[in-house]
Design a protein around this ligand. Structure first.
Ligand code: PXP
Length: 254
């Protein structure tokens, strides 16, 4: 199978988190998105949460109107979000689980348990020409169900692996990594496009870029933290370089 190009989607949620700390208009997540694109991002991701804790409805509308690259609209599978996404017409919708009390998206979507709810939802987005991606853990039953549900894309939740790497839990990191490697291969064999995201930094992004099945990484929190020190443009360029280094390892394999 030919190697898919590797895209970088920059998640701007946490520019909005900072803005909302003072309830004003600055810093502006749309300005961050434009800057990230200028520096080499291939797309912009934003999560409109039910509690609107970071991205607002008006941010999504402005992102769609003002950016020149694909918009990936992350959301929970609710009727309200379906209505907003169909009106916004983003390039893609990534369906994620959502619980009010969580700090961030803590686990993957349970597509096995929720397939009855998700099937018509995915069909309506497919019919509207919006590419659907399901944010799931790299578990075979979840991957197989994602393919059955006719979602063209899955995004593998890398949070558990990244946390284990950062915390120095080598055994857990290795087990999580193997799950991702096997899951990515299974998903590709099932005809799914494979994305990955959550908790990635330069090191883990470089490592996962060496998996030939991966077509896109969506990264936010680490990059916004780095941007405080070196600027967002420089952070995007460094992330791109890390991904390119990882990708070269695929190309150089015998
Ligand atoms: N992909 C999905 C589906 C997410 O929910 C998130 C977090 O909003 C990310 C990627 C980015 O994760 P992080 O901000 O940890 O890089």
């Amino acid at each position: 199978m030919p190697l898919p190009p590797l895209r970088l989607g920059v998640n701007v949620d946490h520019v909005a988190t900072l803005r909302n700390a003072r309830s004003g208009e600055r810093p502006d997540p749309v300005r961050a998105a434009l800057l990230a694109i200028e520096a080499g991002a291939d797309g912009i991701t934003a999560h409109l949460r039910e509690d609107r804790r970071h991205i607002r409805d008006s941010d999504m509308a402005r992102l769609k109107a003002e950016i020149s690259k694909p918009l990936n609209f992350e959301m929970a599978a609710t009727e309200d979000m379906l209505r907003i996404s169909l009106a916004t017409k983003p390039h893609a919708v990534c369906l994620v689980p959502e619980r009010r009390e969580e700090l961030t998206t803590e686990g993957g979507l349970d597509v096995v348990g929720q397939h009855n709810l998700l099937a018509p939802f995915i069909a309506r987005l497919n019919d509207a020409g919006i590419r659907v991606s399901l944010f799931i853990s790299a578990d075979p039953p979840q991957i197989e169900m994602a393919a059955k549900l006719r979602a063209p894309v899955i995004e593998i939740h890398t949070g558990g692996w990244c946390d284990a790497v950062v915390d120095g839990h080598a055994d857990k990191a290795e087990a999580e990594w193997q799950r991702i490697v096997e899951g990515a291969a299974l998903a590709r064999a099932a005809g799914l496009e494979v994305h990955a995201g959550h908790g990635l930094d330069y090191q883990t992004a470089e490592t996962i870029s060496a998996l030939p099945e991966i077509a896109e990484l969506n990264i936010g929190y680490f990059m916004m933290g780095e941007a405080l020190f070196v600027g967002l443009g420089e952070t995007v360029r460094q992330m791109r370089s890390a991904m390119d280094r990882g990708r070269r390892k695929v190309a150089s394999r015998p």
